[in-house]
Ligand binder design. Structure first.
Ligand SMILES: Nc1ncnc2c1ncn2[C@@H]1O[C@H](COP(=O)(O)OP(=O)(O)OP(=O)(O)O)[C@@H](O)[C@H]1O
Ligand SMILES: [Mg+2]
Length: 265
């Protein structure tokens, strides 16, 4: 079976800064993988390169065996990849349920017109009733069904994250890349979201790569494997137990301790 995601010797430079430094890793089909590492180590940039948002300086990316290295985000999305952004991108003038019914930005339907058309179609097509039911059941799972008709501009940072996760699940992705989906989400609900993702992976065979900043948290969330980055490179890969006891990982995190996060709420 081809890996869901294969990243080979990926490098991204911003001027003289090497943000991603020859990174290679794979996510197998049906695998739930965490990508962790201290602030600024290159996690989001890696996502941006994989999903085609940023041009790569060097390296190759395959999605289900297809070379997507030089493709645009909307083309890569057609191979089953969906991603979320660290800073949520919702339509503030739309309600929660409406946001969940339109495809994520920078994938298919990138213009306002396309997104509105897709929304209108979803309302007038009876076959789309099922989509609406799926959207409600996802909101249920995320424990925000009561907010379905709130404008997203009324939501807290954590609640916006939940709507964003809901939206990413709507397109039945085969490979889901989530960038800190539970940042700002209260602990017990964050744990439940990981539990639901685990269940989704086990029941549907989807592959999930999830960025999480908090190492202590992700070690307990039932992921199969963790890829640890530090200063643009892969520091190690292993099971949560292997990562937990790794000296280099602990040192990387201790080195970063005390530096406040820019997006801390
Ligand atoms: N568009 C950009 N232009 C210039 N530098 C950038 C750009 N995006 C990221 N960087 C730099 O690349 C490095 C990696 O950033 P990145 O956002 O990938 O880190 P991260 O691991 O996601 O961090 P965090 O945990 O804070 O989200 C940082 O030094 C950052 O300042
Ligand atoms: Mg980031």
């Amino acid at each position: 079976m081809k890996p869901a995601l294969s990243v080979r010797d990926l490098r991204k430079m911003f001027g003289g800064l090497v943000a991603v430094d020859d990174v290679s890793f794979e996510v197998q089909q049906g695998e739930f993988v965490g990508l962790i590492g201290p602030n600024g180590c290159g996690k989001s940039t890696t996502f941006n390169c994989i999903s085609g948002l940023l041009e790569k300086t060097a390296g190759a990316v395959e999605v289900f065996g297809e070379d997507v290295t030089d493709l645009r985000p909307d083309q890569i999305q057609k191979f089953g990849l969906t991603r979320t952004f660290q800073h949520t991108r919702l339509w503030r003038e739309m309600t929660v349920i409406e946001n969940d019914l339109v495809p994520p930005r920078n994938q298919f339907g990138t213009t306002i017109l396309e997104r509105l058309t897709s929304l209108l179609l979803s309302k007038s097509n009876p076959a789309e009733t099922e989509r609406l039911e799926t959207a409600y059941s996802i909101l249920d799972q995320l424990e925000v069904p009561h907010m379905a008709h709130n404008l997203t501009s009324e939501l807290s940072g954590g609640q916006s994250k939940l709507v964003d996760i809901g939206r990413s699940m709507m397109g039945e992705p085969k490979l889901l890349l989530l960038d800190e989906p539970v940042a700002g989400v209260a602990g017990p609900l964050a744990m439940k979201i990981f539990e639901n993702l685990r269940k989704m992976v086990d029941e549907t065979g989807i592959s999930v790569l999830i960025i999480e900043h908090n190492m202590d948290f992700i070690l307990q969330q039932g992921v199969d494997r963790i890829v640890v980055m530090n200063e643009g490179r892969i520091l190690m890969e292993g099971t949560p137990d292997e990562v937990k006891g790794n000296r280099a990982v602990i040192e990387a995190y201790l080195g970063a301790a005390g530096e406040p996060r820019e997006d801390e709420e």
